[in-house]
Design a protein. Structure first.
Length: 294
């Protein structure tokens, strides 16, 4: 039988190995997340934010005249103005055209393309946010993207990867939250809440449906918000619960939303009950761009 000293040394090696593996997995995940964030036409490439209404208007960064008509977007292209949708020219003979885009469901959108010889093409996002239509041109030479140097984050710590229990509501709840842009609200369906324990406290988070089927998404603030992490919000994707409702909350993978980097974003804010009273010293921190501006 091994001595106490031998057993302790063996356990220490296992702990060190597990910690190294945990850190390596986080490093790979965060590198992939950074590559996605720095996509040539991702949110760091947004050059303008335009809200549409019934009055036709020309928009900076986008050809044509834009307006809202019967809950859809009306785009009028003049002679020589070229815009592509799914590879098809919306002004095929070049003499001018009027096209209807939509209707578009809330939080959905579509992308148009404008060729820009020698400087990369522009993607024009047309979307609905808070019940209103928005147009956001995205160009790979946008200074925010060109100058992006990564996002600071806490070193990965297994202590912030904790188990919880997903408790479904009797019926999914429509939950209204504010937005980073004044004057609009977002409405999400909340299927339940996640209960967990951290720093000796029993805590809970209202969960929304994630993008992938079965997954959950939580928006939250905590004791680090406005100090070392972005003040308005952070987001965490939670894998689908096990059959007994068990979930894994790995706060090391808490990330910033676009509003942490640019004012041209319409990000949702956390519901009031997701303002956690503990400091979660894990995940992404305040971006350099906001640090430089302060």
């Amino acid at each position: 039988m091994p001595s106490h000293t031998e057993t302790s040394a063996h356990e220490g090696r296992e702990t060190s190995t597990d910690s190294a593996a945990f850190g390596a997995a986080w490093t790979d995940w965060h590198a992939a997340h950074e590559r996605h964030r720095a996509d040539p036409h991702g949110f760091l490439a947004v050059t303008h934010l335009h809200w549409l209404d019934a009055a036709p208007a020309r928009l900076d960064g986008a050809p044509g005249t834009w307006s809202v008509e019967n809950d859809a977007v009306r785009l009028v292209l003049a002679a020589g103005e070229r815009v592509l949708r799914d590879g098809q020219d919306l002004n095929p003979d070049g003499t001018g055209a009027a096209v209807i885009l939509g209707p578009i469901a809330e939080r959905e959108g579509l992308d148009l393309r404008v060729e820009d010889a020698g400087a990369g093409h522009t993607v024009i996002e047309v979307a609905k946010r808070g019940g209103r239509y928005v147009v956001r041109p995205r160009h790979p030479l946008n200074p925010l993207l060109a100058g992006y140097r990564g996002t600071p984050a806490y070193s990965p710590d297994p202590a912030y990867s904790v188990s919880g229990i997903f408790v479904p509501f009797a019926e999914p709840r429509a939950t209204t939250v504010g937005a980073a842009v004044e004057g609009i609200q977002h409405v999400y369906e909340a299927p339940g809440e996640i209960r967990f324990r951290l720093h000796g406290q029993d805590l809970s988070l209202t969960a929304f449906n994630g993008h992938a089927p079965g997954t959950l998404s939580v928006l939250f603030t905590d004791g680090t918000s406005g100090k070392t992490t972005y003040a308005a919000n952070r987001s965490l994707i939670v894998p689908a619960p096990d059959a007994d409702g068990t979930v894994l909350l790995d706060f090391n993978r808490a990330v910033n939303l676009p509003c942490a980097y640019t004012d041209l974003a319409t990000c949702p804010l956390p519901p009031a009950e997701n303002r956690l009273p503990v400091a979660i010293e894990a995940g992404e921190q305040i971006p350099y761009e906001r640090q430089d501006a302060s």
